[in-house]
Design a protein around this ligand. Structure first.
Ligand SMILES: C[S@@+](CC[C@H](N)C(=O)[O-])C[C@H]1O[C@@H](n2cnc3c(N)ncnc32)[C@H](O)[C@@H]1O
Length: 433
């Protein structure tokens, strides 16, 4: 058979009720679709079986992880076209779906089953079997963090580069966008320290300290005494080595500790960068209360966190299955308004919100480029499936930030004392200066 691609294209369009914007190359070498369009490579029939067994995002992801599906050409272009179908046409597609004759769709699905050939559904990967409800106990959080972060520091060195910062960088000026990721990450760390108004000798708690970059910056550049906490053993070992290398062991302590177990407050300032996404809606208020309790009166919190957009009907919100199963088990995004409300409920005075959505798209594109530049080694270190997942999730996330599906915000909050003296200057921001 040398006509798999045109048959597949026809059947998929019949199911979707929409022309496919990408070209398809099938296992028999046949191709179909708009000439010059990016190519979705379907390497074998197993890819189809995975899709049919678990239609939608998760089926696609499984086929991608296993290498049964691939992209020939610009990854962003294909993701843009496919996500365009899912996001922009979500509403229309539902309308279209209703307009489609059910008997036609059923016939097309039967055709897809025939094309997929016989075979048992592939066993789901271990990550999916381990999925559980989002309880966010200390134990489940430790396990989820280990899944994501104990992949190996060498792998993260490839993706993140020498700065080893795993959160959105800050591109200070249009010219800086052409600069290095390391400069943009250093500028982000500096921005956070300035927002916290760190002074020599002050105690900073860095919740979710990763590989120690902010802790080191705050101690080295601002003379702060820092406690950095992480749930990842590998991160902590790496961070401690860096701290020692910088000669900062008297100023920086790295602990493997859950934020719920920190008892040695009060701190003058707290940073939480790219960490609150792990907390979960059910625990968010407790998290905010814990940080409030750990701060001295007048102390500042800088919470840097990814936000999703609110749903028209929040009760229909569901976590992204692909991200949950393969990337961040138990990660949860909240709308910005919810985060601000919870911080206020915990007693904070929220003083500044800086949305930096576009900065994350730029950062993610650098991470994808880093991974692609050293793809073979990344696959050796983390396993080919994992390297493929990371590439897909980071590229898809870059598009999601670019298209305003998700955002990221730096929220500055103060444990304002009874007197009302916030300690902030009258103007915290200057536009065009
Ligand atoms: C995306 S990383 C960000 C690391 C770092 N802040 C940076 O910007 O590079 C998230 C961090 O949060 C930590 N984390 C997640 N849940 C935690 C918890 N319950 N207690 C302490 N740390 C936690 C992880 O171990 C990891 O270090």
């Amino acid at each position: 058979m040398t006509d798999a691609a045109p048959r597949l294209k026809g059947l998929l369009e019949q199911v979707l009720g929409h022309p496919l914007p990408v070209r398809i190359r099938a296992w028999d070498g046949s191709e179909a679709g708009p000439p010059g369009a990016p190519v979705l490579v379907v390497r074998n029939r197993r890819a189809l079986r995975r899709l049919l067994w678990k239609p939608g995002e998760l089926g696609l992801a499984r086929a991608w992880v296993a290498g049964d599906l691939d992209i020939d050409g610009d990854l962003y272009a294909v993701l843009g076209l496919v996500s365009g179908l899912i996001w922009e046409r979500g509403e229309d597609a539902r309308g279209l779906g209703q307009a489609l004759r059910e008997s036609d769709v059923r016939a097309a699905v039967r055709g897809l089953f025939r094309l997929a050939g016989p075979g048992l559904p592939p066993t789901p990967p271990r990550e999916e079997i381990r999925r559980r409800r989002h309880l966010h106990t200390r134990r489940s959080d430790r396990r989820a963090i280990s899944h994501h972060y104990d992949v190996g520091n060498d792998f993260y060195e490839i993706v993140l580069g020498p700065s080893m910062v795993y959160s959105c960088a800050y591109w200070t000026a249009p010219e800086s966008v052409g600069g290095t990721l390391e400069d943009a990450q250093r500028d982000k760390l500096e921005l956070i320290c300035r927002k916290l108004a760190l002074r020599p000798g002050q105690r900073l708690l860095d919740v979710g300290c990763g590989w120690g970059s902010l802790a080191i910056h705050a101690a080295r550049e601002h003379g702060a005494r820092v406690v950095g906490i992480t749930l990842s053993q590998e991160q902590a070992a790496y961070a401690r080595k860096r701290v020692a290398g910088e000669g900062l062991t008297d100023k920086v302590e790295i602990r493997v500790q859950d934020y719920r177990d920190v008892r040695d407050g009060p701190y003058d300032a707290i940073s939480s960068v790219g960490m609150a996404e792990h907390v979960g809606a059910a625990r968010y208020l407790e998290y905010a209360q814990d940080l409030h309790r750990l701060l001295a009166p007048g102390g500042r919190l800088l919470n840097h966190q990814i936000a999703r957009r609110p749903q028209r009907d929040e009760s229909t919100y569901a976590v992204d299955e692909f991200i949950d199963a393969y990337v961040f088990p138990d990660g949860e995004l909240a709308p910005l308004g919810t985060t601000v409300t919870q911080l206020e409920r915990a007693g904070f005075e929220v003083r500044d919100v800086e949305p930096i959505r576009e900065h994350y798209a730029l950062t993610l594109r650098r991470w994808v480029a880093n991974l692609e530049a050293d793809g073979a080694r990344a696959a050796r270190l983390a396993g080919p499936g994992r390297a493929r997942v990371w590439r897909l999730y980071m590229a898809a996330s870059a598009l999601a930030f670019e298209r305003n599906r998700i955002g990221v915000n730096q929220v500055l909050a103060v444990r304002t004392p009874e007197s009302g003296a916030s300690g902030l200057p009258l103007r915290t921001r200057t536009w065009n200066t």
